[in-house]
Ligand binder design. Structure first.
Ligand code: TXA
Ligand code: MG
Length: 545
């Protein structure tokens, strides 16, 4: 047990004595918890391997998990990174000082203890005035979050005091952290850059400066067994309170229904203003539903509060993934060890029918009623656009030369090969259909998460592709043959002969009617609203709390 010095560092001028004391401890190879705008860090001289080792001991952190080097002046980056590309300069100019960490090739002088033995190093310039002053009075500081490894990161003095008393040489009391989640981590050591950890600087902000930025799979997914981590921090169980958390997808109404069906959960992690619906449970709030920044600010405190209040099994609301929400989800999913339950009861609906039958009109009507409509024809085009990873799979099956020099698909050649016999056509279908359905379902889920009344998969080949099995119900649109003929002629600018030929290769009305729960006849004078009434009555329930 160390005798931990508590320093008051709230004001750069008034508290300068304590700030100087912290800097001195750090210069002399000690470790001190310091405030930053994101979370508290546990700092040591980044160039002193022996000092850095003490951080790992104090946190109980695995040795191969590298640390971030914190600087107070851009020029210091050249002492740490071997190469500083243009992209890094542009990024840092825009977002430093602030919650952004960039990964760059490392200089030899940075000890292996700091970089976890990697050839790259993480650098960030915090905007917190106290952090900045301590660094400028001492040296670049290696600092992970100042929590015991695996626990939620500390965002207030009381959190650090709780975790680091007896472990650090000093703790600086700098009040509460502004952002509340750790910095955004992006690697510029690969091309295109990859977002490794979302944080206060959002993905769209990064893309505005850099153009293409990939998102590491591990941001929202558990690491697969044996996978090599792009960022070692992703391997470990993280941000976990003692309470066992399950996230429930769905809106407040569905969440409440789910919680009532599962009374064994004694704790609820919800948004502000929702506590009143869960009076029989231990409730903790994590910001307001529409404000991801407030959620980021509150999250770690909320996780600690669940433990303090003694919650054992907790149901958590599911935050939006937009903007800083991505960082909130990244931390919360890990805190829940990726246990995510589906509480959504709004349906996924298939919408199909033969060409010219007026599916489009039905789709438009459903959109007006608050449904999301996913256009599978559009997805089919998207997955064959240049740059789509799906092209590689087509290439494997149908030959390298179906991709043109510029990366675009040679549609004519693919058609020649795929339609030469039944077997080849089936091969193409077996590749494309599941991919289109996978993307459709993903978009439907997102739309339901964002509050759509229902998610509709508009697919001419719904039954042929097996897509109906993913749906809770199916609506088909049909129309008299002469109406369809006229529509196709007009829409696609065809002769009567061509239009007839196209219709003749399709299934007839009865095929769709027999397989669909609802059928809408869509011609000029038909009343779509009236025909869809039974569908709305059965599937679109009013959700009142
Ligand atoms: O906001 C923050 O970044 C806070 C404050 C204290 O600055 N610090 C922080 O550090 O969150 P830490 O150690 O808890 O997280 C650093 C993350 C880890 O996920 C680590 O694996 C990753 O950055 N990282 C560090 N160096 C890396 C490298 N060379 N390559 C890939 N990932 C790296
Ligand atoms: Mg950490």
């Amino acid at each position: 047990m160390k005798n931990t010095l508590i320093l008051k560092t709230k004001d750069v001028n008034k508290d300068i004595k304590d700030i100087e004391k912290a800097a001195e401890i750090l210069k002399n190879g000690g470790i001190a918890a310091i405030p930053t705008e994101t979370v508290y860090g546990l700092a040591a001289d980044a160039f002193n391997g022996e000092a850095v080792k003490k951080i790992f001991e104090a946190k109980g952190r695995p040795q191969d998990n590298p640390l971030i080097v914190h600087i107070s002046d851009f020029e210091q980056i050249y002492k740490i990174a071997r190469e500083v590309p243009e992209s890094a300069k542009r990024l840092c100019e825009k977002f430093w000082p602030g919650p952004l960490t960039v990964i760059l090739p490392k200089r030899e002088e940075v000890p292996a203890e700091t970089s976890g033995g990697l050839d790259t190093v993480a650098v960030r310039m915090p905007s917190n005035k106290i952090a900045n002053k301590i660094i400028s009075l001492s040296c670049p500081l290696a600092a992970p979050s100042a929590n015991i490894s695996g626990f939620p990161s500390p965002t207030s003095f009381s959190h650090v005091e709780c975790d680091m008393t007896g472990r650090a040489d000093a703790i600086c009391d700098g009040g509460d952290c502004d952002v509340g989640v750790e910095s955004t981590v992006i690697t510029l050591a690969v091309n295109p850059p990859v977002l490794l950890r979302p944080g206060g600087i959002t993905l769209s902000e990064l893309r505005e400066v850099l153009g293409e930025v990939k998102v590491a799979d591990a941001v929202l997914n558990p690491m697969k067994k044996d996978e090599v981590a792009a960022s070692p921090g992703m391997k470990y169980k993280h941000y976990s309170p003692k309470a066992d958390i399950t996230i429930v997808r769905g809106n407040l109404f569905e969440f409440k229904e789910y919680s009532e069906k599962n009374p064994e959960f004694d704790g609820i992690l919800c948004f502000e203003g929702e506590e009143k619906y869960f009076k029989d449970r231990i409730t903790v709030t994590m910001g307001s539903e529409k404000d991801s920044f407030s959620q980021a600010h509150r999250l770690f405190d909320a996780l600690r509060e669940l433990d303090e209040k003694g919650a054992k099994k907790v149901l958590s609301r599911s935050p939006s993934k937009e903007d800083v929400g991505l960082a909130v989800c990244n931390r919360l999913y890990r805190a829940a060890a990726f246990k995510i339950a589906n509480g959504i009861t709004r349906p996924v609906v298939g919408l199909t029918g033969p060409t010219g039958a007026g599916k489009g009109y039905v789709g438009e009507y459903l959109k007006k009623k608050g449904c999301y409509v996913c256009d599978t024809d559009k997805i089919a085009r998207e997955i064959t656009e240049p740059g789509s990873p799906f092209l590689d799979r087509l290439k494997e099956e149908f030959g390298e030369d179906i991709i043109n020099g510029g990366g675009s698909l040679n549609r004519k050649l693919l058609a020649q090969r795929a339609f030469k016999d039944r077997e080849s056509q089936e091969k193409l279908n077996k590749l494309t259909h599941p991919e289109i359905l996978r993307i459709s379902l993903e978009r439907c889920r997102d739309a339901l998460d964002r509050g759509a009344a229902a998610a509709v998969i508009d697919a001419p080949l719904l039954f042929e592709s097996g897509g109906d099995k993913l749906c809770d119900t199916v609506i088909c649109a049909t129309a008299p043959e002469d109406v369809r003929l006229e529509r196709i002629i007009k829409r696609d600018n065809l002769t009567t002969e061509e239009a007839r030929r196209r219709m003749s290769v399709q299934q007839d009305d009865s095929f769709y009617r027999e397989k669909s729960e609802f059928c809408v006849v869509s011609c000029d004078d038909s009343d779509i609203e009236k025909q869809l009434e039974p569908f709305f009555r059965k599937y679109i329930k009013e959700q009142v709390l």
